[in-house]
Design a binder for this molecule. Sequence first.
Ligand SMILES: [Zn+2]
Length: 317
Amino acid sequence: MNSRQPARKVFNAVRILPLISFWLSCAFLPAAAQSCGAQGVAVQVLGSGGPELQDKRAMSSYLVWESGQARVLIDAGGGSALRFGESGAQMAQLDVILFTHFHVDHSGDFASLIKSSWFEDRKRPLPIYGPPGSGFMPSTTEFASDFFGAKHGVYRYLSELFTPGEEGSYKIQPHIVVASSTPVVMLRTDELVISAVRVLHGAIPSLAWRIEAGGKVIVFSGDTNGEGGGLTRLAMNADLFVAHNAVPEGATGLERRLHMPPSVIGQIAGDAHVKHLVLSHRMLRTLGNENQTQLEISKRYSGPVTFANDLDCFPVK
Ligand SMILES: [Zn+2]
């Protein structure tokens, strides 16, 4: 018996040591998981795709990081909630959510993100800014209440988040942004200045957003056909311009009425003198056309162009 005990102790030590090292590595994982925007200002692409699942990308969504805090979420398309988790961000960090419009590929994961926040220690209200409604699209207020309103919300079991006066959790505060083609400041805090213009995306009420943080300027086109001049004014001298590459050059019909081809993206980027152009909202009809896209853009814009992929991080210089 005695001769077997030391052997058993060695056996136990061999089993326990890897467990201890695994526990230690887990203890330090949270800091390692968030790697974008630890210093300065950065944009992280949560979703670089469009509505098609076969593009193997999450749908449209972006985070603006500043000094390690995920301050602004722009859109929350399908698949972006998973990418949000992978980015290391927490819902409790967000100062604001901005919606460009309420197509599914820009808003489908909203409820998942809000539900996730239930498990975080968020106390301050969460403002949400987005477009007004139309005959067949909800306003930003309706969009939030359609999910979480106490009477008719699909997820009314979470209505505490939305009911004024209820205690026990933070509150969602939706705001309808009525914008024109002239940029107007919609939100100003100690850390952020956020402006918007109305953009044309067929008949869908849609916005483009400009975010000034840490001395940097970032502009998100959202979905638009690029007409009207507002996007160029909004993007003027931006350090980073995220534009949506949803249709190829030569697109016609409905595609063209909804989206801007590369030549229009290049014209806007050039006229606005942006310092870096990032192309996102990549779809099956534009994936594989990168050379042609780049060529059309380079005729009108001479700055750097980058094609975005999910979870790419762009420090803003
Ligand atoms: Zn879209």
